[in-house]
Design a protein around this ligand. Structure first.
Ligand code: NAP
Length: 262
C-alpha cells in the first residue's frame, strides 16, 4: 500500500459520493469529503472515524473556483497530493429550456461541470509533480444519448464528458489517468433533490435496471484498482450505447418517441 492513499470525493454528503467515500475508507484510504452540507459531511466523517477510518470535512460549494482552490491548499498542506479525485458532485432539474430559469442553467453548469473542473485544477499541479494519480468522473447517459426535456442538465453533462476527454489527452505520458463512469438510474436522493426530473426518463430508459449507490461505489472501487477510460454500469446501458452506435437514427427515434414532451 502506498503512502499516498489520499482520496478527494466531491458530492460526499449523499448517494454515490457518500457510498464511494465509505468504500474507499474501508480500503484504507484517507478521504477528503467535499459537498455543501457540513452537517452531513460531519456525520459521515464521524461514522468513518468510528470504523477506524480517517476523513477530513470540506464543506464548500465546488462550483466556486476560489473556494475549491482554498480547499485544495488546505488538503495539500495537511495530507499532501491526493492519488485519487472522484467527482460525484452533481445536481440538475430535467426540464425543457423554456422552463428553466437562467440561475438554474448556471447552477447546472456549476455541478457537475465546474465542480469537476475546479476540483481537478486544484490538485493537478501537485499530482503531476508526483507523477501519478487518477481522476474519476461520475457521468450520465445524457452525454451519450440525450433525451427530451433535460436540456441544461444534458449540456452540463456533455461539458463533463468534454473535460474528461480533454484530460485524457492532457495526461498522456504523465502517469495520471482520467476515467468517466456512466451509470443508469441510481436509487440515491437525486430525484428527491431534483423534483420533476424522474418523470422525464424516457420509457426506453426503464429497460436499464436501477443500481444502488453501494453498487455504484463497488464499480468505482473496481475502476480505482484498474483504471479504464470509459466504464458503463449496468451492462444494459452498454448494450444501449452499442445500439446507439450501430443504429444511431433508430435509437434517437426510440428515445425521442418514448420521452415526454410535457
Ligand atoms: N441518481 C441517478 O440516477 C444518477 C445516474 C447517473 C449519474 N448520476 C450522477 O451521479 C452524481 C451523484 O449523484 P447521486 O445520485 O449520488 O445524487 P445525490 O444523492 O443527490 O448526490 C449529489 C451530491 O452532489 C453534491 N453537490 C451538488 N451540488 C454541489 C456543489 N455545487 N458543490 C458541492 N457538492 C455539490 C450534493 O451535496 P450538497 O447538496 O451537500 O452540496 C450531494 O452530495 C451526480 O452528478 C448525478 O447526476 C446520478
Amino acid at each position: 500500500m502506498s503512502e499516498h492513499r489520499v482520496a478527494v470525493v466531491t458530492g460526499a454528503s449523499s448517494g454515490i459520493g457518500a457510498a464511494t467515500a465509505r468504500a474507499l475508507a474501508a480500503d484504507g484510504w484517507r478521504v477528503v469529503l467535499v459537498a455543501r452540507r457540513a452537517d452531513r459531511l460531519a456525520g459521515l466523517a464521524a461514522e468513518l472515524a468510528a470504523g477506524g477510518g480517517e476523513a477530513a470535512v470540506e464543506a464548500v460549494d465546488a462550483a466556486d473556483g476560489g473556494a475549491v482552490a482554498a480547499m485544495g491548499s488546505r488538503v495539500l498542506a495537511s495530507w499532501g497530493a491526493p492519488s485519487l479525485v472522484v467527482n460525484s458532485a452533481g445536481a440538475g432539474v430535467w426540464r425543457f429550456l423554456e422552463e428553466t430559469a437562467p440561475e438554474e442553467i448556471l447552477g447546472m453548469a456549476g455541478a457537475p461541470y465546474l465542480a469537476a473542473a475546479n476540483t481537478c485544477a486544484a490538485f493537478m499541479a501537485a499530482m503531476l509533480a508526483e507523477g501519478r494519480g487518477h481522476f474519476i468522473h461520475i457521468g450520465s447517459p445524457a452525454s451519450l444519448m440525450p433525451w427530451p426535456g433535460a436540456t441544461a442538465y444534458t449540456a452540463s453533462r456533455w461539458a463533463l464528458r468534454g473535460l474528461h476527454e480533454a484530460l485524457c489527452m492532457d495526461l498522456v505520458g504523465t502517469g495520471l489517468a482520467s476515467s468517466l463512469i456512466y451509470f443508469g438510474e441510481v436509487s440515491s436522493e437525486y430525484f428527491e433533490a431534483n423534483p420533476g426530473s424522474h418523470e422525464h426518463i424516457p420509457a426506453v430508459g426503464r429497460w436499464i435496471p436501477r443500481s444502488t449507490p453501494e453498487r455504484c461505489a463497488e464499480v468505482v472501487r473496481r475502476v480505482v484498482r484498474r483504471p479504464r477510460r470509459v466504464v458503463f454500469h449496468p451492462f444494459t446501458l452498454r448494450l444501449m450505447w452499442w445500439a446507439a452506435k450501430l443504429a444511431p437514427a433508430p435509437t434517437r427515434w426510440l428515445i425521442a418517441r418514448t420521452g415526454r414532451r410535457h
